[in-house]
Design a protein around this ligand. Sequence first.
Ligand code: ADP
Ligand code: MG
Length: 585
Amino acid sequence: AETAETFRYESDISRLRTLVIHSLYSHKDVFLRELLSNANDALEKLRLTSLTERGVMSAGEPNVTISVDLDEGGETGKIIIRDTGIGMNKTELARNLGTIARSGTNEFLRKAEEGGGADGNLIGQFGLGFYSCFLVSPTAHVSSLPPATEANPNPEQYTFISSASGDTFEVVRDPRGNTLGRGTEIILNIDKDNMEFLSTSNLKALIDKHSTFSTTFPIYIRERKQVDNPDREPEDELEYEHVWTHVNDKAPIWMREPTEVPDEDYVDFYRAVSKDATADPLGWSHFKGDTASGVSYRALMYIPASLPKDFWNSIQSGANNVRLMVKRVFITDDLGVEYMPRWLSFLKVTVDADDLPLNVSRETLQNHRFLKQLQKILIRKAIDLFTRLAENKPDEYREVAKLYGNALRIGMMESDKFKVKLANLLRFESTRTNYTSLAEYVENRKEGQKQIYFMAGVGEKTEDLARSPFVEKLKARGYEILLLNLPSDEPMMGALNNYMGMKVQDVAKKGLLYGDEEEDAAEQRELAQQNIAFKPLIQWLERVFKGQVMDVILTNRLVTSPCTIVVEHHGWSANMARIMASHAG
Ligand code: ADP
Ligand code: MG
């Protein structure tokens, strides 16, 4: 017989495993959620593979089964979790469960060592879920059998064995042979300290809490039930039998009627899909409809509690968070920018369509009319959701404006059609207040004011912007000036151009109008007089700065600063020139 092959955990993994085990000590129950989520992933992978590889799906129902084997005395025992998913061959067992340092590893280590690991939510997010089995079991036995394919018609079952401590693990040909029809079996050894997990009713409650929403395949648990025997005499011993109970048999939340779903359920579902047990979504929209092409769909959209950590990457790559299901079966979460514009990639969306063909490849799907209509639906619903929040839940909306302000600005630049609606959603700091909309700005304008004034400086403090000489004169005259410091602010203002009939005006550029121009005319006359007096100085400055400035002029725009540099109306401001230079660099 083949001997076991011993592997050494990569040093990072070894460190991580220890860290996971220690930091999650008080959140042991996450192990079940993580193992079920892996089982569900494996079943989804199998389904996708079966679209291109014939015969892969043939054996057995795709499902997950959980059973408990009590030792004598009932205080210790085993939990056995099986799935009929894609499985792992010998190499994959070693690689996926033991040796590969995954992309998020370093970030996880940093966060966890800073103390963030203790809340039980980090591991799922960082692809370390498997190690949570060591929270309840000193050992893990993972046996796996991939499906037979044309390339590999006779797969063999292998077992991965590891203990919670120790730097090595083994992979061995399963001495029992191919006992699984297909898929993966995990055996956990539960000791007395963790005996609560040997109770099937406790396990069922945990599944209800964490997994009913996020698992799409059936989960069965083996339970001991009393036999209802009408012929039993009172003195006879009770009879028991084992039955498989379908645990997650409720309709998924997005399939229910929006009016019948309580808010807590929306929050729970969000927590399950975001793998963050304490986060509150900032808002959601649950809707259904029929497209012009006759496809009925239901969808659930969330504004996440925090900006996804890969948001700026996904703005570049076009990746998003839309999960497409057909009749409750997961199809893809890889739909691309044609279905969700980049600036909305932070939204978490589940779309379930009724009448799409189930067994089509992604390529065929992409040409389907429903998908062509999907993007429009999603943009419209997202903007409706933001608008509703801004009107009805100002506190939540304030957070949205803060977290997703850059995204909304980019959206405003990208979509002409929704330009005004998106402009309504923007919020700014100004010399008057630290939170205003454009509409509120316009409402508060000074008599005669014809422009919306702004001062921009990427990354600068708004207090510093407020002290700029450009702002001084306007402020002195009682005008409000928007203080903008996001990278997207200035290009967005350029694209907006005007709002409610008022032109937006960069106070550092030519074209500034005060609205009290009569007063100005008198000053102009006075300036003309002074011009004569200042002529020698102006001529001298022109000589000194020849080739560097276009013109030297006398101005009444400054209050306390002696001079300033102004940009031509169509030229780049110093600020924009800086953004461009930083990109070129
Ligand atoms: P993640 O699920 O985020 O990738 P995990 O630590 O939970 O991280 O799992 C690591 C990897 O092990 C998975 O990506 C998958 O390749 C593999 N794996 C884990 N459980 C199973 C399973 N039940 N069936 C098939 N592969 C699995
Ligand atoms: Mg996982």
